[in-house]
Design a protein around this ligand. Structure first.
Ligand code: PMP
Length: 352
């Protein structure tokens, strides 16, 4: 006799984590921040480490309070999670179960189908348009009476495209009030174009929850801190589907330190943005049709079936990037990697 998994769990393909970098190469597969943590962050973690015999305070109240002040929202409109991925899962599991549907663009963050399926609900994937952007009209068309949630990822992982304020307003007008809208803003700090004001939207509309993270711009991926902003009743539901006391005090202390040293943090973000724009320009000048990037990564489109050839190209250039059937996502990492990135992108383009 073997232990039987629930059939919907047994059918879920596992989440693919990036591989380690080859020796002398660059790991550009997880949209991490290339900078090491700020000294103030390391000190805060070390201080907190002296108390790890104790459980953390539930809900990371200090961080919750700090974020509430910065965003101008009430504390009960903020929920801290161990990464925004965890919060996405908690929200999805709180609202969508067997027989329910969750609508999102595809290709997008590959944890979405995982979370929808493990909750027993059905993913409804709406293809991106020809410009690798969300097709919000088609997503609104895909909403049925079984839809319990929709996810809008802007900037979109992996294509780096954004939705405009007008597009999102028009879309929200078409979403029923009882359908949860998760606005995944994991990369928002890297955007320099006009985008929807998610903080204002979640105040105006009870069904909108914004998700943000300290993993990308704040460079704390290893400490797992994210937060959701939205209606307290919805956040309470998400809290109940999470694991009690799963956020670490180390993570909260690091996030508070990163916020307290925002000038340095934002200086680094600006460097990544300038690096991204320069790399994008180089790629476009070389004839690689990369959509304008708005996160900390670029998207090199390709055709299904070319994945093995692309893995070989990346290997030859000592790069690890994330290869999908529709293209390759390459994170903005160390500037020393750029020549290899451009050469690899040109070789991928030559396959087309
Ligand atoms: N949303 C998007 C769009 C992401 O790309 C990621 C990480 N790859 C996350 C959420 C989750 O990030 P974290 O759990 O580290 O906060």
């Amino acid at each position: 006799m073997t232990v039987r998994l629930r059939p919907e769990i047994a059918a879920v393909p596992p989440y693919q984590q990036g591989r380690p970098a080859p020796e002398g190469g660059f790991k550009l597969s997880s949209n991490e921040n290339p900078f090491p943590p700020l000294p103030a962050v390391v000190e805060a973690v070390q201080r907190e480490a002296e108390r790890v015999n104790r459980y953390p305070r539930p809900g990371s109240p200090q961080l919750q309070q700090q974020l509430a002040e910065e965003l101008g929202d009430d504390v009960d409109r903020i929920l801290i999670g161990d990464g925004s991925a965890s919060l996405l899962q908690q929200l999805i599991h709180a609202v969508a179960g067997p027989g329910d549907e969750v609508v999102y663009a595809w290709r997008s963050f590959d944890a979405y189908p995982l979370f929808v399926r493990t909750g027993g609900a059905t993913p409804v994937e709406v293809p991106l348009d020809a410009d690798h952007r969300h097709d919000l009209d088609a997503m609104a068309d895909a909403i049925t009476e079984r839809t319990r949630a929709v996810i809008v990822c802007s900037p979109n992982n992996p294509t780096g495209t954004i939705v405009t304020p007008e597009e999102l307003d028009r879309f929200l007008e078409r979403v029923p009030d009882d359908v949860l809208v998760m606005l995944d803003e994991a990369y928002i700090e890297f955007v320099r174009e006009p985008i929807p004001d998610g903080i204002a939207l979640q105040r105006e509309r009870e069904n909108v929850v914004v998700l943000r993270t300290f993993s990308k711009a704040y460079g704390l991926a290893g400490l797992r801190v994210g937060y959701a902003i939205g209606d307290p009743a919805v956040l309470r539901g998400a809290d109940l589907t999470g694991v009690p006391l799963s956020q670490t005090a180390l993570g909260a202390a690091a996030a508070l330190a990163a916020l307290a040293h925002r000038d340095e943090t934002f200086g680094r973000i600006q460097q990544v943005v300038e690096h991204r724009d320069a790399l994008w320009q180089r790629l476009v000048d070389e004839g690689v049709p990369v959509p304008r990037p708005h996160g900390n990564f670029v998207w090199v489109p390709s055709q299904p079936g070319q994945e093995d050839a692309i893995h070989d190209i990346l290997f030859d250039h000592l790069l690890v990037a994330k290869v999908f059937p529709e293209g390759t996502r390459i994170s903005i990492g160390e500037p020393e990697a750029d020549d290899s990135v451009v050469a690899a992108a040109k070789a991928i383009q030559a396959l087309q």
